[in-house]
Design a protein around this ligand. Structure first.
Ligand code: ADP
Length: 444
């Protein structure tokens, strides 16, 4: 109210002063009253003009982008301009801070490993992060303000979005059918929706593998158990001669051996999966390990094959003795089991140009057709199931070798052709293979 009174008094002062001055001049012409009126009027017009001019200055500034300073006047207009500018600047600052907060918030959502999409009440895309865009095959910029159901045609998604029951996530195939998505819709605000998506392809695959594995193990165990149960029943029901009894017992023994081998391999796999990587600084005498593995294979062969060992005298490898021995033995046992009598098997240590090494098992067996090669290391994958079982195979040998190789930073390499035998290589990286130091060789 202060400025109003001051401004009114100032205007009155100006009008009265100008009127009085005009009246003084009017006295000379005996026209004091009209002169005073004209003077007053003139003063009012001048005041209005001056106000309009200063108001126009402020108006022009407000109409512009307000990048320059507001007009700096004294008095009422000066204060009005100053206060307007201050209010605008603090509003701009608040908007800028809000925008920064919003963009930080959006960056945080953008960094989420899950998809986030915001839909308005008409199911139009307000915003989505790049993960959601990838999940639903959208373009985060181009598709903004588009109705999501026009762009995402997956019937299960559309039905879920429009279905109204949003308390549970739904699972369905991604747009190209290559991924599996889990999508949760959460209503918020007035009819708006938050769509959260997660790529669960890997999880589903692992779950399917686990189911397959359990089914396979159950099947592998059920078969010998059924056979055993049959023999037990036979022995309980029928009066057997001593020869028959001995034969049944031998067959029962075969089945229990098979189950034992299976459980043994399962435990080995479980141990490989659950324990830390073997140390890279525990050096083993390669020749000693290879000789041991060859002796085991010779025992299994019982003289039916020639088993030759080449190289490895000057070599050492770093890792777990039991794991590496089990891997080499598995390769040699396979060679013995699948190579017909009279065949030749070679166990070789080879240095690689990169400083790594290969433990190679070559046989003159039947070989393996090309289409089976990529799947041989899968658990329970067999080319010829009956041959594998007849020779005491569990279907887990090469899976164990692959695990051991990977745990030592290496890999398994298989080359084979039907009729031309097979070569299985356990490849070790340079970090885990070295030539025996001379002083150690002498000491040994
Ligand atoms: P299994 O216990 O059945 O031998 P593996 O995992 O050791 O299981 O081997 C998987 C399959 O690979 C075998 O069933 C067999 O068909 C094939 N295979 C492995 N080694 C040889 C080999 N030396 N010669 C021919 N086939 C082989």
């Amino acid at each position: 109210m202060g400025w109003w009174l001051a401004r009114t008094l100032a205007a009155l002062g100006v009008v009265l002063t100008v009127s009085a001055v005009a009246a003084l001049f009017g006295v000379l012409a005996h026209l004091a009253v009209p002169a005073m009126a004209v003077g007053g009027l003139l003063a009012i017009v001048l005041l209005v003009l001056r106000d309009s001019w200063r108001g126009q200055g402020l108006m022009n500034w407000l109409r512009g982008a307000q990048t320059t300073q507001a007009p700096r006047d004294s008095g009422f207009w000066g204060e009005l301009a100053y206060r307007t500018e201050k209010a605008l600047r603090s509003r701009d600052l608040a908007i800028q801070q809000e925008q920064e907060r919003l963009s930080q918030f959006l960056s945080a959502i953008e960094a989420s490993p899950n998809g986030v999409m915001m839909l308005d009440a008409a199911d139009q895309i307000e915003w989505c992060n790049s993960v959601a865009a990838e999940h639903f095959g959208l373009d985060p910029q181009r598709d903004r303000r588009q109705r999501v159901t026009n762009l995402v045609r997956m019937p299960a998604f559309v039905a879920h979005l429009q279905g109204g029951r949003h308390d549970e996530a739904v699972v369905f195939s991604g747009p190209l059918g290559r991924t599996t998505l889990s999508v949760l819709v959460r209503p918020y605000g007035e009819g708006m929706k938050l769509v959260l998506s997660q790529d669960i392809t890997e999880r589903e695959r692992a779950e399917a593998m686990r189911r397959d594995f359990v089914a396979n193990v159950s099947h592998e165990i059920r078969t010998p158990l059924t056979v055993l149960a049959g023999f037990v029943e036979t022995m309980a029901r029928l009066p057997l001669t001593e020869t028959e009894r001995q034969r049944v017992l031998a067959l029962m023994q075969q089945q229990t051996d098979r189950m034992q081998a299976l459980v043994g391999d399962l435990l080995t796999l479980a141990k490989l999966e659950g324990s830390p990587r073997p140390p890279a600084d525990r050096w083993l005498n390669a020749a000693e390990l290879l000789v041991r593995a060859r002796l085991d294979a010779q025992a299994l062969s019982g003289g039916r094959h020639t088993i030759e060992l080449v190289g490895g005298d000057d070599a050492e490898m770093a890792g777990s003795d039991s794991e590496l021995h089990s891997a080499v033995s598995n390769l040699l046992n396979n060679a013995v089991r699948y190579t017909p009598d009279g065949g030749h098997i070679q166990l070789r240590w080879l240095w690689r140009p990169d400083g790594g090494a290969e433990i190679e098992v070559t046989d003159t067996g039947p070989g393996i057709a090309r289409e089976h090669l990529p799947r041989l290391t899968e658990r329970f994958y067999r080319v010829d199931s009956s041959r594998s079982r007849d020779t005491g195979g569990t279907g887990l040998g090469l899976a164990i070798v692959k695990h051991v190789a990977q745990r030592h930073g290496g890999e398994i390499d298989i080359q084979s052709e039907p009729g031309k035998g097979s070569t299985f290589k356990l490849v070790l990286p340079a970090l885990r293979a070295r030539r025996k130091r001379v002083d150690e060789t002498v000491a040994a």
